[in-house]
Design a protein around this ligand. Structure first.
Ligand SMILES: NC(=O)c1ccc[n+]([C@@H]2O[C@H](COP(=O)([O-])OP(=O)(O)OC[C@H]3O[C@@H](n4cnc5c(N)ncnc54)[C@H](OP(=O)(O)O)[C@@H]3O)[C@@H](O)[C@H]2O)c1
Length: 319
């Protein structure tokens, strides 16, 4: 029997190969068009009008006296919400409240509590009683003073409790207090400020990174539970923002001011359950999760944080 020639074999597979190629090219084009349309909807058109007092008269912001939380408080007051500000020091709360009242002519209330403690929630519950809350921003959070190996963290026992109470317990407990009325009224928005550090393990910031992964998972699961009840829960994962926490003094395109970050983030509410909140951060999020293998991200995270740790300890002469 004579074997078919190469030309005959190619002729046999030519048509199936053509269709596989055509279908692959069509799927890729469709995917690209969908990405572009979704990107245009989120980052160009936005959903700027969703956050309004139609959701409820009051907005509550934790960690409202500085950085990203203060910017949320200003943005929501500008939109006409009465503001409940919750943070640690009464002096700073009074300053922010006064400034919001005079700038935006809105009512304000404050509660001074330390989210490092777990006995504060009856006080917060009493302060929130009777308020029609349309928006809750679970923003309060703390990070490391400098990147450090887990076992070398000074006062580790206290450090763990404090970080878990501020970064995790506050989010769950504030949600416990605010969500029931939102569900009853079938409307409300909960913005949980996680971090890009919660998108993958970050060596030398392990407790912070893991606490932010908790916030992300909690938020996305909660959104699935309560979406049908009319409540929006969004997980917000910023990369660097120029605040007291990051000690970045000079904002840049990829490290924006908190005002700039929040102005961009609020337009994504209702469009994305999980967001990096700001277009350059979304590009960074896409690159680091889709294009770069996770082991490489962890490796570079380790290198970067080791270098920062070295610099910090040299400056402090702690070595
Ligand atoms: N900045 C970033 O690059 C970045 C990136 C990703 C995620 N995040 C997240 O964004 C959130 C805000 O960060 P930020 O950079 O804006 O922080 P920030 O500038 O340090 O401000 C933190 C705010 O929280 C308050 N606060 C801190 N510890 C508290 C406590 N134990 N009890 C009550 N209030 C407390 C502070 O009040 P006092 O002034 O009284 O301390 C301040 O109002 C955090 O959850 C953080 O993890 C930030």
């Amino acid at each position: 029997m004579q074997l078919p020639s190469l030309g005959e074999m190619l002729a046999c597979v030519e048509t199936p190969l053509f269709w596989v190629g055509a279908l692959t090219a069509a799927s890729l084009t469709l995917w690209l068009v969908r990405q572009l349309v979704a990107g245009f909807r989120i980052w160009v058109m936005g959903n700027g009008d969703l956050l309004s007092p139609k959701l409820g008269k009051w907005a509550v912001v934790t960690g409202a006296t500085d950085g990203i939380g203060k910017s949320y408080a200003e943005e929501l007051a500008r939109r006409g919400f009465s503001m409940m500000l919750i943070s640690r020091s009464q002096d700073k709360l009074d300053d922010v409240a006064k400034s919001l009242e005079s700038q935006y002519n809105v009512e304000t209330k404050t509660i001074a509590v330390d989210f490092g403690r777990v006995d504060i929630y009856p006080k917060i519950e009493a302060g929130l009683a009777g308020l029609e809350i349309g928006v809750l921003v679970n923003n309060v959070g703390i990070s490391y003073p400098y990147p450090e190996f887990f076992l070398h963290i000074p006062n580790l026992d206290n450090f763990i409790n404090n970080m878990i109470n501020v970064n995790i317990t506050s989010v769950c407990q504030m949600t416990r207090l605010v969500l029931p009325r939102m569900v009853e009224r079938s409307k409300g928005v909960v913005l949980n400020i996680s971090s890009a550090s919660g998108m993958y393990p970050v060596p030398l910031l392990t407790v912070y990174s893991a606490s932010k992964a908790f916030v992300d998972f909690f938020s996305r699961g909660l959104q699935a539970e309560y979406k049908s009840k009319g409540v929006i829960v969004q997980s917000v994962l910023p990369f660097f923002v120029a605040t007291k926490m990051t000690k970045i003094r000079k904002p840049t395109l990829d490290k924006p001011t908190p005002d700039r970050y929040v102005a961009a983030e609020v337009t994504t509410v209702g469009l994305q359950d999980q967001t990096n909140g700001y277009f350059p951060h979304a590009v960074m999020g896409w690159l680091t999760t889709v294009l770069v293998p996770i082991n490489l991200v962890i490796y570079f995270g380790m290198r970067m944080n080791k270098a920062q740790r070295g610099g910090y300890l040299r400056r402090r002469k702690l070595r």
